[in-house]
Every structure is written in structure tokens, then in C-alpha cells.
Ligand binder design. Structure first.
Ligand SMILES: Nc1nc2c(c(=O)[nH]1)N[C@@H](CN(C=O)c1ccc(C(=O)N[C@@H](CCC(=O)O)C(=O)O)cc1)CN2
Length: 303
């Protein structure tokens, strides 16, 4: 059986970060300003700690001003809101990101809605959600994971998205819904499928493009993938790997990769696919936010 092209998210993310580093250096040269990113972590979730550290490092490597705020897990909602307010008013900070998930006693939507939309580099504020949904992607800040997935699709398929059928499996606010909006704006014919979708395998089989974002390890089977389809696997699931030793684990996506690779035309791996793009697109959004707040013209879009 022919094997799919493996889409190298790490390499594409690096090329995006290189371009942002160049643009940030040019900004510094002409204005004396650096894009400023503040990342807020509440609690000690080990995965979140790694993601926040990687965001901070990526921002520094791009030449940004980067600030990390770590609050204790039992911090009150009022303390988190007060920090966001302080960052909203800080002229050196152009992008604010509150790492999710937040501890259960803090209402996520309350925190996300307090972030100034212009500094909302996660693209989760209702203003940015509304702009994206209304087809005004170029005025919005677009959530990083779907934006990164679109970059991978465009680098793989070039300018041929228009008219293709796309199925997004998963209807989350962070990935599924914004991904569907982005694909619609590329003139794809888009279906959003989810756990209650009837005949899910057949729905997926109808797609030229499959974006899997359900958060269930290897749920999308190889036999569901139409021959030659492009598969973007957004899932990052840690599962036990006893074959690697006692208490060992490994990462898998939402797609059964070993099966799908024999059907797809191109597919993202996990790890090394969409994950690295999430952080690269955060750098893109931070630079965009900085330029807008500084009253500078938009640069050529990267996706
Ligand atoms: N405020 C936000 N919170 C969360 C987001 C987000 O976009 N904004 N997304 C996820 C986590 N996330 C970034 O925060 C993220 C997840 C995974 C990766 C990544 O590079 N993964 C690697 C594998 C890493 C590993 O070995 O564990 C890969 O796929 O290659 C980057 C960012 C939830 N929270």
C-alpha cells in the first residue's frame, strides 16, 4: 500500500518562527519596540508547565519581551482577574495568554473575557471569535492551533483548498469551531462531526481533508480515511506503553496513525505535527497584536 507524505510540523514551525524573528528584528530597528508577551500559569499541572516554558523560550528566541507569571493553584479568581487587568494596562505587553485549563474554582470564561481583545493572542475572546465567524479573519486574532493547522494544510496542498470537502471531527471552541470557520473561508465544503454524529466513519470517508480534534486516542481509524485524503491530527493523548517498560507512556493522536498512513495522501504525526505549530502561531499573533497596538500597517499574512 502507498505510504502518505508525513507533514513535518516541527520544520514548518521553525520556518514560521524564523520569519517572525526577522520581522521582530525589523520592528526593533524601525521603532525601538519589541513585541511583549505575558503568559499566565495558575497551578502546577506538569503539562501546562512545559507548554508555558516552551512559549516563554520561543518568545525570547524570536527577540520578544517575554514575561511569565506563575500563580499558586489556590489563587482566587479575583487575583487572576486583577493580574489580567494589570497586563491589559501594561504598555510593554501586547499579548496576554492564560494557560488552560485553569483550576476548577476559577471561571475560565470570566478570565478570558477580561483580556483586551487587542491583546488576546489566544483568540478566545468573544470579539475575536465573532470576527473569525463573520469571515473577518484578517482583523481577528485567530486561535493558534487551528491557525497552525491551516498553515500545515496550505504548505501541503498549496492553493488548492477551494472546493474541497473537509470534515472537522470535534466541536470545541478552541479547535473544532474555529477550524471549521477557517476552512469555510478557504471555500471548503465543511462538516463538523462529533461524538453524536451518525455514521461517523462514512462522514469521514467523504472528506478530502480530515481534521481530528476529539481528544480520544486513535479514535479515527485508517479505514475511515479516503484514499489520498489529507489528515491533520490535532489530538495529543498520553497512553500507557507497557512495551517500553513499567509505567512508561507514549503520545498518540486522535487518528490511528499506523493504519491511516496507508490510506492518506499526507498526514501529520503526533508528536511533531500540529503541536509545534501552536507555539509558532502564538509568536505570529503576538507580533500582529504588537503592530496593531503600535498603529503600524499589517504585514503579509503567513496563512
Ligand atoms: N491558553 C491556551 N491553553 C492551551 C492551549 C492553547 O492554545 N492556549 N493549547 C493546549 C496546550 N498547548 C499550548 O498551550 C500545546 C500543546 C502541545 C504542544 C506541543 O508542541 N506538543 C508536542 C508534544 C509535546 C510533548 O512531548 O508532550 C507535539 O505535538 O509535538 C504545544 C502546545 C492546551 N492549553
Amino acid at each position: 500500500m502507498p505510504q502518505a507524505q508525513i507533514i513535518d510540523g516541527k520544520a514548518i514551525a521553525e520556518s514560521v518562527r524564523d520569519e517572525i524573528t526577522r520581522r521582530a528584528a525589523a520592528l526593533l530597528e524601525t521603532t525601538g519596540k519589541r513585541p511583549g508577551l505575558a503568559v499566565v500559569l495558575v497551578g502546577e499541572d506538569p503539562a501546562s508547565q512545559v507548554y508555558v516554558r516552551n512559549k516563554d523560550r520561543a518568545a525570547e528566541a524570536c527577540g520578544f519581551h517575554s514575561v511569565k507569571h506563575t500563580l499558586a493553584a489556590d489563587s482566587s479568581e479575583a487575583e487572576v482577574l486583577s493580574l489580567v487587568e494589570q497586563l491589559n494596562n501594561d504598555p510593554d505587553i501586547h499579548g496576554i495568554l492564560v494557560q488552560l485549563p485553569l483550576p476548577g474554582h476559577i471561571e475560565e470564561s470570566k478570565v478570558l473575557r477580561l483580556i483586551r481583545p487587542e491583546k488576546d493572542v489566544d483568540g478566545f475572546h468573544p470579539v475575536n471569535v465573532g470576527l473569525l465567524t463573520a469571515g473577518e479573519r484578517d482583523s481577528a486574532l485567530v486561535p493558534c492551533t487551528p491557525a497552525g493547522s491551516l498553515v500545515l494544510l496550505k504548505r501541503t496542498l498549496g492553493d488548492t483548498l477551494s472546493g474541497k470537502t473537509a470534515v472537522v471531527v470535534g466541536r470545541s471552541n478552541i479547535v473544532g469551531k474555529p477550524m471549521a470557520s477557517l476552512l469555510l473561508q478557504e471555500s471548503c465544503t465543511v462538516t463538523i462531526a462529533h461524538s453524536r454524529t451518525k455514521d461517523l466513519p462514512d462522514v469521514v470517508r467523504g472528506a478530502d481533508i480530515v481534521v481530528a480534534a476529539v481528544g480520544r486516542p486513535e479514535m479515527v481509524k485508517g479505514s475511515w480515511i479516503r484514499d489520498g485524503a489529507t489528515v491533520i491530527d490535532v489530538g495529543i493523548n498520553r497512553i500507557p506503553a507497557p512495551e517500553r517498560g513499567e509505567r512508561k507512556s507514549r503520545l498518540v493522536g486522535d487518528v490511528a496513525f499506523d493504519e491511516a498512513v496507508g490510506h492518506a495522501g499526507a498526514i501529520t504525526p503526533v508528536p511533531g505535527g500540529v503541536g509545534p505549530m501552536t507555539i509558532a502561531m502564538l509568536m505570529v499573533n503576538t507580533l500582529t497584536a504588537a503592530r496593531r497596538l503600535l498603529g503600524l500597517p499589517e504585514e503579509e499574512p503567513l496563512f
